[in-house]
Design a protein around this ligand. Structure first.
Ligand SMILES: Cc1cc2nc3c(=O)[nH]c(=O)nc-3n(C[C@H](O)[C@H](O)[C@H](O)COP(=O)(O)OP(=O)(O)OC[C@H]3O[C@@H](n4cnc5c(N)ncnc54)[C@H](O)[C@@H]3O)c2cc1C
Length: 325
């Protein structure tokens, strides 16, 4: 029997789709090994999130709320997770891969002496053991790993697990939040710079319009934004575009940026370096606009247009506008 604990950090009462992807993973793992999955939500205010979290199919939803828990400090969060984990009979703890999880989960694993598999994209079960698939070498190969410790710590790539449809209502239990450990009290949280956008969340958007170094200047991103807004899409970028100061690094797609898997990914002025492709290759349909017919992006594109993007993108926008009436 293998009970599983999903861990999420909630800000602004926002329940991301990735919670339901983690639930899909946990449901699969619990079905393999026998058992159930529960969910631990941590945040400063969960009042607007709990009802939605309770529809993720969990046996129980644990809520840990305190004014300072809005700041995702690993030194503060890890002991709370450890407390819930060790009080239950959990064999696995899982979180959607995110910047917060990259900080918190290894610290948790170290505290409890557990092995960890990060960015898991697949799962199998044989002779009482899980085997996790995780990308290595910028996604060029998938390593198959097993964990030998009694509790297994895992982060999953939400894009690889079809989100469960919300249903039912799980019971909710409030967790008594322990006082900060001395190490957390030594850390001063200076602030969080949130990139504000009215567009869909890049990691969860159904359509992404991305620009690279070929955009040439920050001001030129307006042509991508126009197309994105017509399509209800998120805007993304290559690292070269971010490093050139065209766009905030929150919008970077790739190995060291966000992993996206939209239905449609439109790459404009992006060469298709493997570190970029590592972040978008699971997209269902890839459209590439590039003036260089030799650009590697065309090797993975479903539709490729060899053209100057400054001509092609406005034409595409006009065509979409005409179609929409
Ligand atoms: C450890 C590591 C991690 C990395 N992580 C990432 C990552 O997460 N994400 C990422 O994107 N990169 C990452 N990179 C960088 C990556 O290797 C590439 O340098 C980067 O992706 C290139 O960005 P680009 O395609 O925008 O620029 P370029 O490679 O310079 O390509 C620009 C393209 O624009 C085209 N172009 C120019 N003008 C026009 C025009 N008018 N019309 C149409 N096309 C035009 C050109 O033909 C060219 O193909 C990483 C690198 C390393 C070493």
């Amino acid at each position: 029997m293998s009970n599983i604990l999903i861990v999420i950090h909630v800000t602004d009462n926002e329940v991301k789709k990735s919670v339901f992807s983690a639930a899909a993973f946990a449901k699969q793992a619990a079905a393999f090994a026998g058992g159930s999955y529960s969910l631990l939500a941590i945040g400063s205010d969960l009042s607007g999130a709990t009802a939605k979290l309770a529809t993720a199919g969990a046996a129980k939803v644990y809520t840990a709320q305190a004014p300072d828990l809005g700041n995702a400090l690993a030194e503060r969060l890890a002991p709370i997770i450890e407390q819930v984990l060790l009080a239950g009979s959990f064999k696995m703890v899982v979180s959607p891969a995110s910047s917060v999880a990259k900080d918190v989960m290894p610290r948790l694993a170290a505290r409890i002496g557990a092995g960890m598999a990060s960015e898991v994209v697949g799962l199998s079960f044989d002779a009482g053991r899980f085997t996790y698939l995780r990308p290595m070498y910028a996604g060029n190969v998938n390593g198959a790993v097993q964990i030998d410790t009694p509790i297994e710590v895992v982060t999953i790539r939400p894009t690889e697990f079809e989100a469960l449809a919300p249903s039912g209502t799980s019971p909710v239990e409030t967790v008594a939040v322990p006082a900060p450990e001395p190490v957390a009290a030594k850390i001063e949280y200076l602030g969080f710079e949130k990139a504000v956008s009215t567009r869909p969340d890049l990691a969860e958007a159904a359509i992404v319009v991305s620009g690279g170094r070929g955009m040439k200047a920050k001001e030129n991103f307006v042509i991508l934004e126009e197309l994105a807004d017509l399509l209800g899409a998120a805007v993304g970028a290559s690292r070269a575009a971010v490093d050139s100061g065209f766009i905030h690094n929150d919008f970077q797609v790739g190995q060291t940026g966000k992993i996206v898997a939209p239905n449609l990914y439109i790459a404009c002025g992006i060469s298709g370096a493997l570190q970029h492709v590592a972040g978008m290759k699971s997209s269902r349909v890839v459209v590439a606009i590039n003036k260089d017919e030799e650009a590697p992006i065309f090797q993975i594109a479903d539709y490729g247009l060899v053209a100057d993007l400054f001509k092609a993108v406005p034409e595409l926008t006009a065509a979409v506008r005409a179609l929409k009436g």
